[in-house]
Design a protein around this ligand. Structure first.
Ligand SMILES: [Zn+2]
Length: 299
């Protein structure tokens, strides 16, 4: 069964688009849901004018998350980076407003984007206490002790009796972040790192699903790999929750490996106008079937 292909999910479906299958109490749930955003860029308020008028806003996003969690308690909320920069909220509060509201909205995990270094490592550290969620990044060598403690190479969340493994990948700093702003944080080539993380999470740590939260971009820049390159080069990832390129995917981009397993790449544009929903359907196979749909955030 492949729920990711175009047409599998009817357009305009309600928020709870995938019916919850019944399951024996105490046993593992057949479905785990991931909600996701990327490149929200300090857009805490809905757009007031322009072609995006009425879209977005962290309060509405929080309401949607609450509503979905009421129907589907086995839900985790993710962000793929570039939380900072774009509105006066960032200029005035230095990122604390973004982290506080995301925490209140129920975010569980995020990765770091290039713009999250816009006030340097020190600026990120100042805002960090306001983040009640976990950062994952696996390809930054971090020599700053407080940041190294806060940013985990991987994370496992047990939800509905399933072990969901997460890792994160960040984009190369060159041309994007001045050296002084990422002092003590060094980029490593992501493909080799991803192979190690998949091996560790899937085999070493017995995860039922492996999710990459990526700020590499849907397409890579010059010789750097993007999410499509990574999915092609590294089998074993169920879902890549992407960011950086502000790509809006109305259906998942599915990469099929030589062994027939699949990786679904998802991304929901930018500025919090949409909330992505990924349902992992666990069945008789070793890997879950993946269903994806983006939802407009509006009043
Ligand atoms: Zn970015």
């Amino acid at each position: 069964m492949n729920l990711s292909r175009r047409g599998a999910i009817a357009a305009g479906a309600a928020l709870a688009f995938a019916p919850l299958a019944g399951h024996a109490s105490g046993g593992p749930t057949p479905m785990v849901t991931l909600l996701h955003t990327n490149d929200t860029h300090s857009r805490l308020d809905p757009f007031e004018n322009g072609k995006l008028a009425g879209q977005g806003g962290i309060a509405r996003r929080a309401s949607m998350i609450r509503q979905i969690r009421r129907e589907q308690p086995h839900t985790l909320v993710l962000d793929a980076g570039d939380i900072f920069q774009g509105t006066p909220y960032y200029n005035v509060f230095g990122g604390r407003a973004e982290f506080e509201t995301m925490t209140a909205a129920g975010y569980d995990l995020a990765t770091l984007g290039n713009h999250d270094f816009d006030r340097g490592v020190d600026g990120l550290l100042e805002a960090l206490p306001a983040a009640g969620f976990t950062f994952v990044n696996s390809n930054f060598d971090i020599d700053v002790p407080v940041l190294r403690d806060a940013v985990k190479p991987y994370a496992i969340r047990e939800v509905g009796g399933r072990r969901i493994g997460f890792f994160g990948l960040g984009v190369k700093f060159e041309h994007l972040v001045a050296a002084a702003f990422h002092k003590g944080v060094r980029y490593r080539e992501p493909i080799a790192v991803a192979r190690q993380m998949v091996e560790r999470l899937r085999r070493g740590l017995a995860c039922d699903a492996v999710i990459l939260i990526s700020h590499l971009g849907y397409f890579g820049f010059e010789s750097e790999p993007g999410d499509i390159d990574l999915a092609t080069a590294v089998p074993g990832i169920d879902v890549i929750v992407g960011g950086h390129t502000h790509t809006f995917l109305d259906v998942a981009h599915v990469v099929t490996q030589k062994d027939g397993t699949q990786t679904s790449i998802v991304q929901v544009g930018s500025s919090g106008t949409h909330l992505g929903r990924v349902d992992l359907h666990f069945g008789p196979h070793s890997r879950p079937a993946v269903a994806y749909q983006p939802f407009l955030v509006t009043a």
